[in-house]
Design a protein around this ligand. Structure first.
Ligand code: SAH
Ligand code: SF4
Length: 366
């Protein structure tokens, strides 16, 4: 028989506690006001949470001891927790984050000489069903909250002891379709780019979409917004619709028109990501059509050799074929790079992010 003191704390009691992690300044001001404290203390907590990346109330040296004790007793400070980390030989680390409801998402930490790039998830799973993508095989489970998006950044920077001032790039190229979760994404972006907090400049944040025209139009309307990357991945409607179901709703012409209308700042380019699937999307004709598509707006091209994963029927092209496409595009006057995906040996590269046990169907359909 379990003793009374062995039983877990009642859920209702815990759920009633507010959580400060992931709140914006207004939310924090409301929180401290409800405790009878002056609202400006919310600003102090904001700086502690996001500039200092403090994770325990006792660390908040900017607050009085009495207030810290009260916060400790009454307010949670609970971020997604890293439950698994796999270091890759190339220096990147794939992290699994556990969320409050036990669901998991993944993020990748990639250090470079002059910066660190964090690849973030925006959803648990993804609804878009692209046939080459491991996350697409999961189906959609749920959107992440703004706190869960910001929490991936805080957790990874703390885990790696990131010093304040070292540049951070964020790419929403992990699990999920970010434009399907635009409200939470933009709430997270406001916190992440706030000069009083993590202070990540908007130009260092890139949102990658499979091509939701309605979301692209909405994103373009924000005065302060992340940069845009489009996963083009094929150059005819027939090919694109076969591997990316979203193309049956918004085809290549609709996409090109939306990208041409997207309001860019001077010098800003839209990134066209192009996954190279051997024998499917890697022909010289594809290269010429890709160049024609990219000429309709300021663009740069990022070629991504397919990362094989269990259950996919695709292969990456041979190196010579990748080099030929690269040459063709650069001769057409386009800035082009080839993404040598990091973390491939730990399944942390693009499109390989899928938490075990969350796979909806064990095999891709092709
Ligand atoms: N859902 C968004 C962002 C996440 S996917 C999008 O689709 O843009 C991030 C990038 O990984 C996309 O460009 C996608 O085309 C690419 N990708 C997905 N699966 C891949 C795989 N197995 N190999 C290489 N790239 C892949
Ligand atoms: Fe979703 Fe992007 Fe994967 Fe397509 S490629 S299924 S949009 S995560």
């Amino acid at each position: 028989m379990p003793q009374l003191w062995d039983l877990p704390a009642p859920e209702a009691g815990r759920a009633a506690r507010p959580n400060a992690a992931g709140l914006d300044t207004a939310g924090l001001k409301a929180l401290v006001s409800a405790l009878g404290e002056p609202a400006w203390r919310g600003g102090q907590i904001f700086e502690g949470l996001y500039r200092q990346r403090w994770t325990r109330w006792e660390q908040f040296s900017s607050l009085s001891k009495a207030l810290r004790t009260r916060l400790e007793a009454e307010v949670d400070l609970s971020w997604p927790t890293i439950v698994q980390s796999q270091a890759s030989e190339d220096g990147s680390t794939k992290h699994a984050f556990e969320l409050a409801d036990g669901k998991q998402v993944e993020g990748v930490y990639m250090p470079y000489d002059d910066r660190v790039t964090l690849c973030l998830s925006s959803q648990v799973g993804c609804a878009m069903g692209c046939t080459f993508c491991a996350t697409g095989q999961m189906g959609i489970i749920r959107n992440l909250t703004a706190a869960e998006i910001v929490g991936q950044v805080v957790a990874m920077l703390n885990h790696h002891g990131h010093p304040e001032g070292r540049p951070v790039n964020l790419v929403f190229m992990g699990m999920g379709e970010p434009l399907h979760n635009l409200d939470h994404l933009m709430a997270a972006f406001a916190i992440l780019s706030d000069p009083k907090g993590l202070a990540i400049p908007p130009r260092r944040v890139t949102v990658s979409t499979s091509g939701l025209v309605s979301g692209i139009e909405r994103l373009g309307g924000f005065p302060k917004r992340p940069r845009l990357a489009l996963s083009l991945n094929a150059t005819t409607d027939a090919h694109r619709s076969a591997i990316m179901p979203v193309n049956r709703v918004w085809n290549l012409e609709a996409l090109a028109a939306a990208l041409a209308a997207f309001p860019l700042q001077s010098g800003e380019r839209i990134t066209l990501e192009y996954v190279l699937l051997k024998g499917v999307t890697d022909s010289p004709e594809d290269g010429r059509r890709l160049a024609a598509f990219a000429r309709r707006f300021p663009a740069k091209v990022n070629l991504i050799p397919f990362n094989p994963h269990e259950g996919s029927g695709f292969q990456p092209p041979e190196e010579s074929r990748i080099a030929a496409l690269c040459r063709l595009l650069s001769e057409a006057g386009l800035p082009v790079s080839v993404r040598r995906s990091r973390g491939q040996d730990v399944a942390g590269a693009c499109g390989q992010l899928v938490r075990e046990g969350q796979t909806r169907k064990p095999k891709a359909e092709n």
